[in-house]
Structure formats: C-alpha cells, structure tokens
Ligand binder design. Structure first.
Ligand code: SF4
Length: 98
C-alpha cells in the first residue's frame, strides 16, 4: 500500500480549454462539472470565465490554465452533450478530452 504524505506537492497540469459557443445547447453540465471555468449567460449558454476569443475563428474561445485539478475541466468536456469543449494538454500538444 502506498501512502501519500499530505505535504507532498501535487502535479500541476498545463491545459488549454477551447470552447465553441456556437454549438452550445445551454444544458449547463459544464457549469456543474467545473464552476471555476464555466458560467452561464442570460440565455443560459455557457461562458468560459476569463476566456479569450480565438483569433480568426468567430465564436470560439480559449483559456490557458495551470491546475492541480484537471478532472474539473475534463469532466466539463466529457459531460457536454454536443462536445463543444475540448481540453488540450499544453505540454504534449495532445487533445485529452472529450
Ligand atoms: S455543457 Fe456544453 S452544451 Fe451544456 S452549457 Fe456547457 S458548453 Fe453548453
């Protein structure tokens, strides 16, 4: 059995969240999964908190984060029914969700 010290440092993940608002069907699963990075506007469509518009791609937003809780945005991506949220590992350049 491996015991982790409570003082052991957590791994920090460098991720990019990419969100295509044009495909949002306003169900809100992303907000329930990751309330730190998603909220809803007055039309109940998701907003990527502090997101930046993707250059030259209208309606697409992105945000680079460093987090020890990657499961939050990953769950937001996986629970989004129309799959309009992508999570990219910035260290490998690979898409890790959905
Ligand atoms: S889970 Fe997807 S469809 Fe639902 S509000 Fe969030 S972005 Fe929109």
């Amino acid at each position: 059995m491996i015991l982790m010290s409570p003082y052991e440092e957590k791994k920090i993940f460098k991720l990019r969240i990419v969100y295509n608002k044009k495909g949002c069907t306003a169900a809100g699963h992303c907000v329930l999964s990751d309330p730190f990075n998603f909220t809803l506007d007055k039309n109940f469509e998701a907003v990527l908190v502090d997101g930046k518009p993707m250059p030259n791609i209208e309606g697409v937003w992105y945000k680079d984060i460093e987090t020890d809780s990657p499961h939050l945005p990953i769950n937001a991506s996986k629970t989004c029914t129309p799959k309009v949220i992508a999570i990219i590992d910035r260290e490998t350049g690979k898409r890790i969700a959905p």
